[in-house]
Design a protein around this ligand. Structure first.
Ligand code: DCP
Length: 595
């Protein structure tokens, strides 16, 4: 199939959380409403606002009280809380209702977020062509053309009608496919409404970027077709950062580098010029994009890549004691556990990697991972706590935690597919035995690029809970990756300085134990398998379950070298008393941390 002839749609639910609440309380249908999260300051922060309320100027991000000032009849729904944490299950279940309808009707559906889906309609359109339908304007009651901005219904009908007739008559039928795609989307949107009660909008175009862009042109309850002939004049008015993938730092960089505001202004740059500034791959991607060509496929993905729960602890609500942290590790672990169990039953898969993200008062964000050996609330909570404790600057016996914590997130990912329930139990019990025999107290690996795929979206889709259901970026080259990375720059891994609380004796004994165990661990180079990770230090392929131990081996090794160096400096120093020449790594570390 020629990629330029694809027909891609993006379906986006309108003011989704509000519709979910209104479905439960239909007496609020048609009234100005919003959803706020947490019953805190000034009526809570609004995370969703319906279109009736938007007419009064109410916007997402406003406080409930501010919304009521603008619109006295404004009704606020509150996100459910469990253990003081937002519970989004209601919205996830509603999302599943929508995806059931989409999956029952189309083969190629990609879940882009909790309320967005890409559909590749190319094949469906081809089949429809054989039916030789005679379509009329009545089949397109909510369809708009991206290039036509009129708000007058009669004008919309007149312009669309002319276009419809043109593309049915046109010999080349360049736009006929898009018309048939729009017809299918009119149908499916009606089905979604009938079967779930929810309204949605849609964009129909030749690729995902254009479908996403035009979906927002005529919200709510409408759909928009983006034809190739619309590209130039629409791009001339489209700010660079409105393009999916150019919304964050990457877009800022493009604006700065080329001194442009609108994406169309980049048309004057040759392929060579773009590639010189941005690298071959990204320069080429941008060159094509501004001409309406983008080839990222719709992936048949209906499942989340990771299941996560997180919580912010701003200002005085920060976590400053081990007890508080333990409680929250437990709440978050419970949330993830419950959803993992449900996911395992429904999707016959199991997560292999637990990732902990934490923001400290120092503004440092730490991302660390460890293998999931079994689904267990206690296990998740304990692993999370153990990771976090590494960053505590106080003594191990103290309940006080410094620097205080402002955010904790845990996320389970790296799913193993096609697991049946019986084999899961077997697998876990086997793994647990194996791992417990070789893994020491340290059970942590540095998280490298595990989460980037889903976390790349520039918009924080949820202020308190990271849904991790975001559209994937089309961008693959180094230029963009660098800027996506720069968003991540704060994710500093405080590995060496924080591990200094480990005592010399434990390191040494661990080190020798590991050395003797090294052959047991599966360090086979060049293994290409989903279960293997390449160690960034020695470049060996390491079985994922053994990575924590392997990392600790390097860490212990490095400390040993450092200890040896220090000891030799100490020995050669005439000012040091004889009894200090046998000093432990502990005292070295303590001294170092005081500097
Ligand atoms: N959401 C959230 N926090 C955010 C943004 C969104 O919790 N910062 C939630 C509430 C939204 C849902 O995700 O209802 C979907 O987000 P959208 O960006 O698609 O916005 P809406 O569906 O609310 O409105 P629209 O009709 O503009 O798409």
């Amino acid at each position: 199939m020629n990629i330029d002839h694809r027909v891609i749609a993006l379906i986006d639910m309108d003011c989704f959380y509000v519709q979910v609440e209104q479905r439960l309380q239909p007496e609020f249908l048609g009234k100005p409403c919003g959803v706020s999260q947490y019953y805190t300051w000034k009526g809570g922060g609004l995370i969703a606002v319906n279109y009736e309320a938007r007419d009064f100027g109410v916007k997402r991000g406003m406080r409930g009280e501010q919304a009521k000032e603008l619109c006295p009849d404004f009704h606020i729904f509150h996100v459910q809380e469990v253990n003081g944490k937002a519970n989004l299950n209601r919205y996830r279940d509603a999302s599943a209702d929508v995806f059931r309808v989409l999956n029952a009707n189309f083969k190629l559906v990609e879940k882009a977020s909790i309320d967005e889906a890409y559909i590749d309609l190319t094949e469906d359109v081809q089949k429809l062509k054989d039916k030789k339908l005679q379509l009329t304007i009545n089949d397109f009651s909510t369809t708009h053309l991206a290039g036509c901005t009129t708000k007058i219904e009669d004008e919309r009908i007149e312009i669309l009608n002319k276009w419809l007739n043109d593309c049915q008559l046109d010999d080349e039928k360049r736009n006929y496919d898009l018309l048939l795609g729009a017809y299918l989307i009119e149908q499916i949107r009606k089905k979604i409404k009938d079967q779930t009660g929810f309204f949605c909008s849609a964009g129909i175009a030749r690729n995902k970027i254009l479908a996403k862009l035009c979906c927002g042109f005529n919200k709510p309850k409408k759909q928009t077709i983006f034809t190739q002939s619309d590209i130039d004049h629409i791009f001339d008015k489209t700010p660079v950062q409105k393009i999916q993938g150019l919304g964050g730092k990457a877009g800022e960089r493009v604006v700065e580098l080329f001194q442009v505001e609108y994406i169309g202004q980049l048309r004057k740059y040759s392929l060579d010029m773009l590639q010189t500034s941005m690298g071959e791959k990204d320069g080429c991607w941008l060159f094509n994009l501004i001409r309406g060509i983008e080839t990222t496929p719709v992936n048949n993905r209906n499942l989340y890549k990771s299941i996560s729960a997180s919580k912010n602890f701003p200002g005085k609500t920060c976590l400053d004691t081990i007890d508080k942290i333990r409680t929250w590790c437990h709440h978050l672990a419970e949330d993830v556990f419950n959803r993992l169990e449900k996911d395992r039953a429904e999707n016959k898969r199991r997560a292999k990697l637990l990732t902990v993200i934490c923001t400290l008062a120092t503004n440092e964000t730490i991302t660390r991972s460890c293998p999931i050996n079994e689904y267990s609330i206690d296990r998740f909570a304990n692993d999370t706590l153990r990771i976090l404790k590494q960053y505590n600057k106080n003594s191990l016996t103290s309940n006080i935690f410094t620097p205080v914590i402002h955010h904790i997130g845990i996320s389970a990912g790296k799913f193993l597919d096609n697991i049946n329930t019986k084999s899961i139990a077997d697998l876990f019990s086997k793994q647990t035995t194996k791992i417990e025999t070789i893994i020491s107290t340290e059970n942590i690996i540095n998280c490298q690029e595990e989460e980037e795929e889903e976390d790349d979206n520039e918009e924080d889709n949820n202020t308190e809970e990271n849904i991790l259901e975001k559209p994937t970026l089309p961008i693959q080259g180094d230029f963009f990756r660098k800027f996506q990375k720069s968003d991540e720059q704060t994710k500093i891994q405080l590995k060496s300085e924080n591990k200094t609380t480990t005592s010399s004796s434990s390191i040494t004994s661990f080190f020798s134990r590991y050395t003797s165990n090294e052959n047991i661990l599966n360090c086979s180079p060049n293994k290409i398998d989903d279960h293997y990770i390449t160690c960034s230090k020695c470049h060996k392929s390491i079985l994922i379950w053994n990575m924590p131990e392997h990392e600790d081996f390097h860490y212990a090794h490095e400390l040993q070298i450092e200890e040896n160096k220090t000891n030799s400096i100490i020995k050669s120093s005439k000012t040091i008393k004889r009894k200090n020449t046998n000093q432990t790594l502990d005292s070295f570390i303590n001294k170092k941390s005081k500097i």
